[in-house]
Design a protein around this ligand. Structure first.
Ligand SMILES: C[S@@+](CC[C@H](N)C(=O)[O-])C[C@H]1O[C@@H](n2cnc3c(N)ncnc32)[C@H](O)[C@@H]1O
Length: 451
C-alpha cells in the first residue's frame, strides 16, 4: 500500500467483505440523529446534536427480534450522553413483560446530570414533579438573594464580555447557587433543575454550539436567564404531570466513569444488550462544546480540573495533546491492530496536521479496543451489542482521508472476542469533494463469538 486513497479503499473493501452489509438507510437515517426529540416529553429537556432519536431503541430491538430471556432487559450504554437510550429502553418496556434495569456510563459531568435527571423522571413521573414544586418557592427566594451577592467564575468564556454580559453571568451563577441551596445535593430534583439551567445557557449569550465548535454570533440577542430557566421548568413539570410512576422494580443508574473500563465500573453485573454511540473520530471534543454549561453548573473548580476530565475522554479528536502511548502495542494483538491501522496512516495527507491525525487514528483504535474488550467481559452469553458510528473525512480537498470507523471498530471487535453479525448502513453522508462509498453512518451488530 503506497498511501493513495485508492489503496485505502481496497483495504476497506477487504474488511467489508468479511461481514454481511445491508442498506438500511430507509429505516434508520432519521433514527441515528436526534430527529423528533424536541417534540418528545423528557427527550426535549436538553438538545444534544449528537444524540440518537428517541425512536432508535425501539427499531433496534424490533430488528433484533429480541425477547427478554429472563423477563429482564439488562441494558448498558457506556457512552450514554444525555441518556436517550436509557429513557427509550424504559419507554420500550411499557406494555411488555420485561423489567428493565438500565445502566449508563458517561464522562462528561453536565451530560451525566442530564441523563440522571431524565431517567429519574422516566421512573418517577408525577412524584418527582410534586417534589420539584415544593422546592420552587425557596429557589426563587434564594435566586433574589444571590443576585445581590458578587458571583465569579474561572471560565474565560463566561468572563468574555463579547460572549456573555456581566448581568447574565451573574444571573446564571445565582440560579446555580440557588439550586444548590434550595435542594438536597445528589437529589433528582437538583439534577432536573440543573438540566433546566444547562438548557438555558446557550440562549443567554452570543455563542452557538455548532457541532465541533462554539461560534460567535454578533447579531444574536441574549435572553434573560431566569425567564428561560422558568419556562424550562414549566415544560419539565408539564411532562412530569402527564406521567404515571413506573413499577418500583424498574431501575436506572447513571454512573460516572470511563467506557474503556466499564467492566470495573459495573462490577459483577451482566447485560443482555449493550448499545452505544462512541465519539466519532471527527474532531468533536464534547468537553469543549459543552464547557459553558459545565462551568455554569459548577462542575469544575478550575481549568486544571477541566483539563483532567478532558484528558479522560476518548482519543477521538486532536484538540488536546493526549498521551502518545498505545496499550495495544505491548499486547498480543499488536500486529493485528497495526495491520488494521497502517493503511490509514499511510493515506494521511502530508500537511502540518499529519502527526495529529496519526495520533487520532492510533489513539482511537487503542481506546475502542479497550471499550470492546471491557464490554465483552460484561455481556451475557446470549446477549448482543449494537453500536452506531459515523465515518469522517479529514484533510484538504486534494488528499482527503476517510476514516471508516464502522469497519475499524468491527475488526477491533473481532480481535477481542466478538462476532460481527451485520453492518447496517444507516445514512450516507455528504461532504463536498468526497465521493467515497464509505462516507456513511452505520449500525453494527455484534455477538459474543463463542456462543
Ligand atoms: C455520540 S455521544 C453519545 C450520545 C448519546 N447516544 C445520546 O443519545 O445522548 C458520545 C458520548 O461519549 C462521551 N465520552 C467521551 N469519552 C468517554 C469515555 N472515555 N467514557 C465514557 N463516555 C465518554 C461524550 O461525553 C459523549 O457524551
Amino acid at each position: 500500500l503506497d498511501g493513495t486513497p485508492g489503496e485505502l479503499d481496497v483495504h476497506y473493501a477487504q474488511l467489508a467483505a468479511r461481514w454481511k452489509t445491508s442498506d438500511r438507510t430507509a429505516d434508520y437515517q432519521k433514527l441515528v440523529i436526534p430527529h423528533g426529540n424536541n417534540g418528545e416529553p423528557l427527550h426535549r429537556w436538553f438538545h444534544l446534536k449528537e444524540a440518537f432519536s428517541s425512536q432508535l431503541v425501539d427499531r433496534l430491538l424490533k430488528d433484533s427480534d429480541w425477547h427478554p430471556p429472563r423477563r429482564h432487559l439488562r441494558m448498558l450504554d457506556p457512552f450514554c450522553g444525555g441518556g436517550t437510550s436509557l429513557v427509550s429502553s424504559l419507554e420500550w418496556a411499557d406494555n411488555r413483560a420485561a423489567i428493565p434495569h438500565v445502566v449508563g456510563v458517561e464522562r462528561n459531568p453536565m451530560l451525566r446530570t442530564v441523563a440522571a435527571a431524565k431517567t429519574a423522571a422516566a421512573l418517577e413521573g408525577k412524584a418527582l414533579g410534586a417534589r420539584l414544586r415544593r422546592v420552587l418557592p425557596t429557589l426563587s427566594y434564594e435566586y433574589d438573594r444571590q443576585l445581590r451577592v458578587a458571583q465569579s467564575t474561572p471560565s474565560a468564556t463566561l468572563n468574555n464580555r463579547k460572549y456573555f454580559s456581566k448581568r447574565n453571568v451573574t444571573a446564571l451563577l445565582a440560579i446555580q447557587k440557588a439550586i444548590a441551596l434550595g435542594s438536597t445535593s445528589e437529589s433528582y430534583e437538583q439534577a432536573v433543575l440543573q438540566t433546566c439551567l444547562a438548557a438555558a445557557v446557550e440562549r443567554t449569550g452570543k455563542l452557538r454550539r455548532d457541532g465541533r465548535a462554539l461560534r460567535y454570533e454578533a447579531d444574536r440577542k441574549p435572553q434573560n436567564p431566569w425567564k428561560i430557566f422558568e419556562s424550562n421548568i414549566a415544560q419539565v413539570l408539564q411532562d412530569l404531570d402527564s406521567m404515571v410512576p413506573r413499577p418500583t422494580a424498574w431501575k436506572a443508574d447513571v454512573l460516572e466513569g470511563d467506557a474503556r473500563a466499564v467492566d470495573r465500573i459495573v462490577g459483577s453485573r451482566r447485560f443482555d444488550w449493550i448499545v452505544f454511540s462512541p465519539p466519532y473520530p471527527n474532531n468533536i471534543d464534547y468537553t469543549e462544546v459543552y464547557k459553558v454549561e459545565s462551568w455554569v453548573l459548577g462542575h469544575w473548580i478550575d481549568t486544571a480540573d477541566m483539563r483532567r476530565q478532558r484528558l479522560g475522554t476518548l482519543r477521538s479528536h486532536p484538540s488536546i495533546r493526549f498521551p502518545d502511548t498505545y496499550a495495544y502495542m505491548d499486547g498480543k494483538l499488536s500486529e493485528d491492530v497495526e495491520r488494521l491501522v497502517s493503511p490509514l496512516i499511510a493515506a494521511i495527507p502530508d500537511d502540518r496536521y499529519a502527526a495529529g491525525r496519526e495520533q487520532v487514528i492510533r489513539g482511537y483504535a487503542d481506546d475502542m479496543l479497550a471499550v470492546l474488550d471491557s464490554c465483552r467481559k460484561v455481556i451475557a452469553q446470549d446477549g448482543f451489542l449494537t453500536y452506531v458510528v459515523g465515518n469522517s473525512v479529514h484533510g484538504p480537498k486534494s488528499g482527503t482521508l476517510v476514516i471508516a470507523a464502522d469497519l475499524l471498530i468491527a475488526r477491533l471487535a473481532e480481535l477481542v472476542g466478538w462476532h460481527v453479525e451485520e453492518v447496517r448502513v444507516a445514512r450516507m453522508l455528504r461532504r463536498r469533494g468526497c465521493e467515497s462509498p464509505y462516507l456513511r453512518e452505520s449500525v453494527v451488530v455484534l455477538r459474543p463469538s463463542d456462543c
